[in-house]
Ligand binder design. Structure first.
Ligand SMILES: C[S@@+](CC[C@H](N)C(=O)[O-])C[C@H]1O[C@@H](n2cnc3c(N)ncnc32)[C@H](O)[C@@H]1O
Length: 326
């Protein structure tokens, strides 16, 4: 079940202990809030899932917990039905007791584009801002991160994460907190901070970069992935209304503009390490995400344009360092 006390215990004796000045009050307020309509229903599902857990956890090249055949066919079917209660599953995939959660996104493809370019995660404290279901948190842990913390305001994604965590025996070094980045105090304690797929959802991207920087220790690494457009350092697309049907997209910079913003915020050693067009193989409808997806958001006769007429989604990964003299 959702349990923040174990996180408090883990950080009490760590370099994140100062977070305890503000975090418990914030999470108590979250727990007492009336905002999360379906949360009681999802918590009942999490309770039912407590009887399933496995020691077989493979986090290296995938997120696999429990092996096919480890539980009976009847229990597997029951588990599958319980996991479907958390529809829509957007970020994954997960393999749980032989059940393949084929999520809307091949988040493993994004990880494959990011991982070769970042400092090794072994023994690091990592923060994943906007972690979704927590898929990448598990991959970070699989790379040897000492502590992987995800933040995301979505109660559904918290429940998806908690389901996976319970099934794998509640790893005490992987946590999800239902907070937005703007709610964090400047912790200046993480070795690596990830912001993947979040910047364009923020109304103030420069403030977002400063908030990310505030979470890094001196010399720590920022890994930022975002939608981009072609153009020079002064090119930024601000959609009139929706972009690829998303109603919360604000700023899509060119790579040169993104690099300029990062430098302006004081990041050092700023570089773009990957650029990729998002395909309808990477983001699509599945049995686990039955709503519309990218194919429905592109012009039927011109997939290089969104249905609003903007350039189709293209994403880039940037890596930068927080200097030690800040
Ligand atoms: C496009 S998804 C990206 C998920 C994952 N990081 C990835 O790259 O696959 C954006 C995520 O950011 C979360 N988000 C939105 N506003 C946020 C905020 N203010 N702070 C942290 N996360 C936020 C959303 O709930 C959503 O899960």
């Amino acid at each position: 079940m959702i349990d923040f006390a174990s996180f408090y215990q883990v950080i009490a004796k760590s370099r994140l202990s100062h977070w305890l000045h503000t975090l418990p009050a914030q999470l108590n307020a979250w727990e007492n809030s009336e905002r999360h309509g379906n949360l009681p229903k999802w918590q009942r599902v999490l309770k039912k899932l407590e009887s399933y857990h496995s020691q077989n956890v493979n986090l290296h090249d995938r997120v696999e917990i429990g092996l096919p055949g480890e539980i009976s066919d009847g229990h597997t079917k029951k588990l599958e039905n319980l996991l479907q209660s958390f529809h829509p599953w957007r970020k994954g995939p997960f393999d749980l007791f032989g059940i393949h959660i084929d999520t809307e996104w091949r988040s493993d493809w994004k990880w494959d584009r990011v991982l070769p370019h970042i400092s090794p995660l072994k023994n690091r404290y990592v923060l994943d801002v906007g972690c979704g279901s927590g898929y990448h948190l598990w991959r970070m842990r699989g790379e040897g991160a000492e502590l992987a913390v995800g933040i995301d305001p979505s109660a559904l994604f918290l429940c998806q994460f908690t389901a996976v965590k319970q099934l794998g025996g509640n790893d005490p070094q992987v946590h999800f907190l239902p907070l937005g980045i703007q709610e964090l105090p400047p912790l200046r304690a993480f070795d690596t901070v990830f912001s993947m797929g979040v910047l364009y959802h923020r109304r103030s991207p420069i403030d977002h970069l400063y908030q990310l920087k505030d979470q890094l220790r001196d010399g720590g690494e920022l890994v930022l992935e975002t939608l981009i457009v072609d153009g020079d350092e002064n090119t930024v697309l601000v959609p009139d209304d929706r972009y690829a049907q998303m109603n919360n997209v604000w700023f899509l910079p060119s790579p040169a503009a993104m690099i300029k913003w990062l430098k302006k915020c004081g990041f050092q050693d700023v570089r773009m390490v990957d650029e990729a067009i998002t395909t309808t193989d990477e983001q699509r409808k599945t049995e686990w995400m039955r709503n519309d997806s990218l194919a429905q958001y592109l012009m039927p006769d011109d997939p290089t344009r969104t249905i609003e007429g903007y350039p189709a989604p293209k994403r880039a990964v940037f890596v930068a360092t927080r200097g030690s003299e800040d």
